[in-house]
Design a protein around this ligand. Structure first.
Ligand code: SF4
Length: 311
Protein backbone atom coordinates (compact mmCIF):
# COMPACT_ATOMS: atom_id res chain seq x y z
CA UNK A 1 0.00 0.00 0.00
CA UNK A 2 1.26 3.47 -0.85
CA UNK A 3 0.01 6.45 1.12
CA UNK A 4 -0.47 9.32 -1.33
CA UNK A 5 -1.93 12.21 0.62
CA UNK A 6 -3.45 13.36 3.86
CA UNK A 7 -5.77 16.01 5.27
CA UNK A 8 -4.75 16.72 8.82
CA UNK A 9 -4.96 18.65 12.02
CA UNK A 10 -2.36 16.86 14.12
CA UNK A 11 -4.20 17.62 17.33
CA UNK A 12 -7.54 16.27 16.16
CA UNK A 13 -7.59 13.93 13.18
CA UNK A 14 -5.88 12.88 9.97
CA UNK A 15 -7.46 11.31 6.90
CA UNK A 16 -5.03 9.33 4.74
CA UNK A 17 -5.62 8.53 1.08
CA UNK A 18 -3.70 5.50 -0.15
CA UNK A 19 -3.41 3.22 -3.14
CA UNK A 20 -3.58 -0.50 -2.38
CA UNK A 21 -1.83 -3.33 -4.24
CA UNK A 22 -5.02 -3.59 -6.35
CA UNK A 23 -4.33 -0.03 -7.61
CA UNK A 24 -7.50 1.23 -5.98
CA UNK A 25 -7.88 4.11 -3.54
CA UNK A 26 -8.81 3.77 0.12
CA UNK A 27 -9.17 6.24 2.94
CA UNK A 28 -8.48 5.72 6.62
CA UNK A 29 -8.45 7.92 9.68
CA UNK A 30 -6.69 8.36 12.99
CA UNK A 31 -8.17 10.67 15.56
CA UNK A 32 -7.51 11.95 19.05
CA UNK A 33 -10.06 13.10 21.57
CA UNK A 34 -8.91 16.50 22.85
CA UNK A 35 -8.25 17.35 25.63
CA UNK A 36 -7.14 13.75 26.25
CA UNK A 37 -3.59 12.81 25.25
CA UNK A 38 -2.92 9.97 22.86
CA UNK A 39 -1.87 7.82 25.82
CA UNK A 40 -5.50 7.94 26.97
CA UNK A 41 -7.33 7.40 23.73
CA UNK A 42 -6.39 6.79 20.09
CA UNK A 43 -8.97 5.90 17.45
CA UNK A 44 -8.51 4.41 13.98
CA UNK A 45 -11.25 4.22 11.38
CA UNK A 46 -10.30 1.90 8.55
CA UNK A 47 -11.91 0.92 5.25
CA UNK A 48 -13.21 -2.58 4.58
CA UNK A 49 -14.43 -1.96 1.01
CA UNK A 50 -13.71 0.26 -1.96
CA UNK A 51 -16.81 2.41 -1.56
CA UNK A 52 -19.95 0.70 -0.29
CA UNK A 53 -22.84 -1.13 -1.98
CA UNK A 54 -25.36 -0.14 0.70
CA UNK A 55 -25.71 3.50 -0.28
CA UNK A 56 -27.12 5.05 2.88
CA UNK A 57 -28.80 8.36 2.14
CA UNK A 58 -26.31 10.41 4.17
CA UNK A 59 -22.99 8.63 3.56
CA UNK A 60 -20.44 9.69 0.97
CA UNK A 61 -18.75 6.26 0.97
CA UNK A 62 -21.76 4.87 -0.84
CA UNK A 63 -21.45 6.84 -4.08
CA UNK A 64 -19.50 3.98 -5.65
CA UNK A 65 -18.60 0.36 -4.99
CA UNK A 66 -15.54 -1.36 -6.44
CA UNK A 67 -15.15 -4.47 -4.29
CA UNK A 68 -13.93 -5.67 -0.90
CA UNK A 69 -10.55 -5.22 0.70
CA UNK A 70 -8.65 -8.37 1.64
CA UNK A 71 -7.11 -8.97 5.06
CA UNK A 72 -3.68 -7.62 4.04
CA UNK A 73 -5.07 -4.34 2.72
CA UNK A 74 -6.94 -3.76 5.99
CA UNK A 75 -3.91 -4.60 8.11
CA UNK A 76 -1.78 -2.30 5.92
CA UNK A 77 -3.92 0.68 6.99
CA UNK A 78 -3.51 -0.18 10.68
CA UNK A 79 0.16 -0.94 10.29
CA UNK A 80 0.91 2.37 8.61
CA UNK A 81 -0.63 4.40 11.42
CA UNK A 82 0.89 2.35 14.24
CA UNK A 83 4.40 2.34 12.73
CA UNK A 84 4.24 6.10 12.06
CA UNK A 85 4.09 6.74 15.81
CA UNK A 86 5.27 3.52 17.45
CA UNK A 87 7.87 1.69 15.34
CA UNK A 88 8.32 -0.83 18.19
CA UNK A 89 4.65 -1.80 17.61
CA UNK A 90 3.73 -1.15 21.26
CA UNK A 91 0.67 1.07 21.52
CA UNK A 92 0.50 2.68 24.97
CA UNK A 93 -3.05 4.09 24.70
CA UNK A 94 -5.31 3.02 27.54
CA UNK A 95 -8.11 2.90 25.00
CA UNK A 96 -7.06 2.06 21.45
CA UNK A 97 -10.14 1.71 19.32
CA UNK A 98 -10.24 0.45 15.75
CA UNK A 99 -13.52 1.03 13.94
CA UNK A 100 -14.09 -0.87 10.71
CA UNK A 101 -16.29 1.84 9.32
CA UNK A 102 -14.64 4.34 6.99
CA UNK A 103 -15.68 2.89 3.63
CA UNK A 104 -17.75 -0.28 3.55
CA UNK A 105 -20.21 -2.41 5.49
CA UNK A 106 -17.99 -4.76 7.54
CA UNK A 107 -20.53 -7.59 7.80
CA UNK A 108 -20.42 -7.97 4.01
CA UNK A 109 -16.69 -8.75 4.11
CA UNK A 110 -15.62 -11.89 5.98
CA UNK A 111 -11.94 -10.87 5.73
CA UNK A 112 -12.77 -8.46 8.57
CA UNK A 113 -13.03 -11.55 10.79
CA UNK A 114 -9.54 -12.66 9.79
CA UNK A 115 -8.21 -9.23 10.74
CA UNK A 116 -9.89 -9.47 14.16
CA UNK A 117 -8.41 -12.93 14.70
CA UNK A 118 -4.90 -11.83 13.83
CA UNK A 119 -4.51 -8.32 15.28
CA UNK A 120 -3.59 -9.31 18.86
CA UNK A 121 -0.68 -11.38 17.48
CA UNK A 122 0.73 -8.51 15.44
CA UNK A 123 0.94 -5.68 17.96
CA UNK A 124 1.26 -5.04 21.67
CA UNK A 125 -2.18 -3.43 22.06
CA UNK A 126 -3.30 -3.95 25.63
CA UNK A 127 -5.97 -1.25 25.48
CA UNK A 128 -7.41 -2.57 22.24
CA UNK A 129 -11.14 -2.11 21.67
CA UNK A 130 -12.39 -3.41 18.31
CA UNK A 131 -15.56 -1.76 17.06
CA UNK A 132 -17.94 -3.16 14.46
CA UNK A 133 -20.69 -0.88 13.28
CA UNK A 134 -23.20 -2.45 10.93
CA UNK A 135 -26.56 -1.90 9.30
CA UNK A 136 -27.19 -5.68 9.68
CA UNK A 137 -27.55 -6.61 6.02
CA UNK A 138 -29.61 -9.67 5.09
CA UNK A 139 -27.54 -12.78 4.37
CA UNK A 140 -24.73 -12.05 6.83
CA UNK A 141 -25.62 -14.73 9.39
CA UNK A 142 -22.34 -16.57 8.84
CA UNK A 143 -20.36 -13.38 9.53
CA UNK A 144 -22.22 -12.73 12.76
CA UNK A 145 -21.99 -16.31 13.93
CA UNK A 146 -18.19 -16.22 13.54
CA UNK A 147 -18.05 -12.77 15.13
CA UNK A 148 -19.71 -14.12 18.24
CA UNK A 149 -17.12 -16.91 18.49
CA UNK A 150 -14.26 -14.44 18.02
CA UNK A 151 -15.62 -12.10 20.68
CA UNK A 152 -16.05 -14.95 23.14
CA UNK A 153 -12.64 -16.45 22.52
CA UNK A 154 -10.49 -13.32 22.07
CA UNK A 155 -12.28 -10.17 23.21
CA UNK A 156 -14.10 -10.87 26.47
CA UNK A 157 -12.45 -7.76 27.92
CA UNK A 158 -13.92 -5.36 25.41
CA UNK A 159 -15.76 -5.38 22.13
CA UNK A 160 -18.01 -2.69 20.75
CA UNK A 161 -20.89 -3.81 18.55
CA UNK A 162 -23.19 -1.23 17.04
CA UNK A 163 -26.29 -1.66 14.92
CA UNK A 164 -26.94 1.50 12.94
CA UNK A 165 -30.72 1.52 12.61
CA UNK A 166 -31.39 5.29 12.33
CA UNK A 167 -35.17 5.04 12.62
CA UNK A 168 -37.74 2.95 14.49
CA UNK A 169 -40.07 3.25 11.50
CA UNK A 170 -39.25 0.33 9.15
CA UNK A 171 -40.20 2.26 6.00
CA UNK A 172 -38.05 5.20 6.98
CA UNK A 173 -35.21 2.83 7.89
CA UNK A 174 -35.52 1.24 4.43
CA UNK A 175 -35.30 4.63 2.75
CA UNK A 176 -32.25 5.69 4.77
CA UNK A 177 -30.48 2.32 4.45
CA UNK A 178 -31.64 0.98 1.09
CA UNK A 179 -30.71 -2.72 1.27
CA UNK A 180 -32.53 -5.77 2.61
CA UNK A 181 -31.70 -5.99 6.32
CA UNK A 182 -32.34 -7.92 9.50
CA UNK A 183 -35.61 -7.03 11.19
CA UNK A 184 -35.60 -5.52 14.69
CA UNK A 185 -36.48 -9.00 16.06
CA UNK A 186 -33.46 -10.53 14.36
CA UNK A 187 -31.16 -7.80 15.70
CA UNK A 188 -32.61 -8.23 19.19
CA UNK A 189 -32.19 -12.04 19.09
CA UNK A 190 -28.58 -11.75 18.01
CA UNK A 191 -27.84 -9.05 20.58
CA UNK A 192 -29.19 -11.28 23.33
CA UNK A 193 -26.82 -14.06 22.26
CA UNK A 194 -23.89 -11.67 21.90
CA UNK A 195 -24.18 -9.92 25.24
CA UNK A 196 -22.98 -11.47 28.48
CA UNK A 197 -23.27 -9.98 31.97
CA UNK A 198 -20.59 -7.41 32.69
CA UNK A 199 -19.78 -6.79 29.01
CA UNK A 200 -20.39 -3.61 27.07
CA UNK A 201 -23.99 -3.11 26.09
CA UNK A 202 -24.81 -3.32 22.41
CA UNK A 203 -25.33 0.03 20.75
CA UNK A 204 -28.29 1.04 18.62
CA UNK A 205 -27.21 4.09 16.70
CA UNK A 206 -29.43 6.84 15.33
CA UNK A 207 -27.78 9.45 13.11
CA UNK A 208 -30.62 11.87 13.62
CA UNK A 209 -32.01 13.69 10.65
CA UNK A 210 -35.05 15.94 10.81
CA UNK A 211 -38.17 13.79 11.02
CA UNK A 212 -36.36 10.53 11.85
CA UNK A 213 -38.60 8.54 14.13
CA UNK A 214 -37.21 7.31 17.44
CA UNK A 215 -40.17 5.79 19.22
CA UNK A 216 -39.36 4.47 22.68
CA UNK A 217 -42.40 2.16 22.56
CA UNK A 218 -41.01 0.42 19.47
CA UNK A 219 -37.59 0.20 21.09
CA UNK A 220 -39.01 -1.33 24.26
CA UNK A 221 -40.99 -3.83 22.19
CA UNK A 222 -37.76 -5.36 20.88
CA UNK A 223 -34.68 -4.18 22.74
CA UNK A 224 -34.02 -4.87 26.42
CA UNK A 225 -32.47 -1.77 28.09
CA UNK A 226 -30.29 -4.14 30.13
CA UNK A 227 -28.62 -5.31 26.89
CA UNK A 228 -28.93 -2.39 24.46
CA UNK A 229 -28.04 1.28 24.79
CA UNK A 230 -28.93 4.11 22.44
CA UNK A 231 -26.37 6.35 20.77
CA UNK A 232 -27.48 9.58 19.16
CA UNK A 233 -25.12 11.12 16.62
CA UNK A 234 -25.38 13.96 14.10
CA UNK A 235 -25.96 13.50 10.41
CA UNK A 236 -22.56 14.81 9.40
CA UNK A 237 -22.27 17.29 6.53
CA UNK A 238 -21.88 15.08 3.47
CA UNK A 239 -22.73 15.47 -0.18
CA UNK A 240 -25.20 12.59 0.09
CA UNK A 241 -27.07 14.24 2.97
CA UNK A 242 -27.18 17.47 0.97
CA UNK A 243 -28.52 15.82 -2.18
CA UNK A 244 -31.09 13.76 -0.26
CA UNK A 245 -32.11 16.64 1.98
CA UNK A 246 -31.31 14.79 5.20
CA UNK A 247 -31.04 17.63 7.72
CA UNK A 248 -29.12 17.16 10.94
CA UNK A 249 -30.89 17.98 14.21
CA UNK A 250 -28.10 17.02 16.64
CA UNK A 251 -26.21 20.21 17.40
CA UNK A 252 -25.87 23.09 19.86
CA UNK A 253 -29.46 24.17 19.25
CA UNK A 254 -30.53 20.98 21.06
CA UNK A 255 -33.25 19.88 18.61
CA UNK A 256 -32.49 16.37 19.84
CA UNK A 257 -33.23 17.03 23.53
CA UNK A 258 -36.81 15.89 23.49
CA UNK A 259 -35.87 12.57 21.89
CA UNK A 260 -33.02 11.98 24.34
CA UNK A 261 -35.32 12.68 27.30
CA UNK A 262 -37.97 10.26 26.03
CA UNK A 263 -35.49 7.43 25.53
CA UNK A 264 -33.84 7.97 28.89
CA UNK A 265 -37.24 7.97 30.57
CA UNK A 266 -37.93 4.61 28.94
CA UNK A 267 -34.92 3.20 30.83
CA UNK A 268 -32.17 3.23 28.22
CA UNK A 269 -28.64 4.49 28.70
CA UNK A 270 -28.17 7.22 26.09
CA UNK A 271 -24.86 8.36 24.64
CA UNK A 272 -25.03 11.70 22.88
CA UNK A 273 -21.97 11.82 20.66
CA UNK A 274 -21.54 15.13 18.85
CA UNK A 275 -17.76 15.04 18.43
CA UNK A 276 -15.41 17.68 17.09
CA UNK A 277 -16.89 20.01 14.46
CA UNK A 278 -13.37 20.53 13.12
CA UNK A 279 -13.50 16.91 11.97
CA UNK A 280 -16.22 17.91 9.48
CA UNK A 281 -13.80 20.39 7.94
CA UNK A 282 -10.99 17.83 7.85
CA UNK A 283 -13.40 15.30 6.30
CA UNK A 284 -12.63 12.66 8.93
CA UNK A 285 -16.09 12.28 10.43
CA UNK A 286 -18.38 9.34 9.97
CA UNK A 287 -20.00 9.24 6.53
CA UNK A 288 -17.49 11.61 4.96
CA UNK A 289 -15.24 10.66 2.07
CA UNK A 290 -12.71 13.08 0.67
CA UNK A 291 -12.08 11.49 -2.73
CA UNK A 292 -15.77 11.52 -3.55
CA UNK A 293 -15.98 15.13 -2.50
CA UNK A 294 -13.09 15.99 -4.81
CA UNK A 295 -14.67 14.18 -7.75
CA UNK A 296 -18.00 15.93 -7.24
CA UNK A 297 -16.91 19.23 -5.71
CA UNK A 298 -20.28 20.09 -4.28
CA UNK A 299 -19.37 20.89 -0.71
CA UNK A 300 -21.84 20.89 2.11
CA UNK A 301 -21.59 23.90 4.36
CA UNK A 302 -18.61 23.91 6.69
CA UNK A 303 -17.08 20.63 5.54
CA UNK A 304 -14.14 19.30 3.54
CA UNK A 305 -12.27 22.60 3.70
CA UNK A 306 -8.77 21.20 4.46
CA UNK A 307 -6.33 20.87 1.57
CA UNK A 308 -4.97 17.39 0.80
CA UNK A 309 -1.17 17.45 1.22
CA UNK A 310 1.05 14.97 -0.60
CA UNK A 311 2.80 12.45 1.64
S1 SF4 B 1 -23.08 4.27 6.39
FE1 SF4 B 1 -21.89 2.37 6.28
S2 SF4 B 1 -23.28 0.92 5.28
FE2 SF4 B 1 -24.11 2.96 4.87
S3 SF4 B 1 -23.21 3.55 2.87
FE3 SF4 B 1 -21.86 4.34 4.51
S4 SF4 B 1 -20.28 2.80 4.76
FE4 SF4 B 1 -22.01 1.83 3.67
Amino acid sequence: MKVLAKASDNNIATVYVAETEDKKLVEFVESLQPPFPIEDKWVFVISTMYGCPVGCKFCDSGWTYKGKLGKAAMIDQIDYMIRSRYPDLKVPARKFKIQFSRMGEPAMNESVLDVLRQLPELYDIKGFLPSISTVAPHGTENFFSQLLDIKNSQYRNGFQLQFSIHSTNPEQRDWLVPVRKWSFSEIADYGEQFYSDGERKITLNFALGEGNEVDQKVLLNYFDPEIFLIKITPVNPTQKALVNNVKNIVDDSCGHNNIVNRIESAGYDVILSIGELEENRIGSNCGQHIMNYLSRSKAPLDAYSYELESV
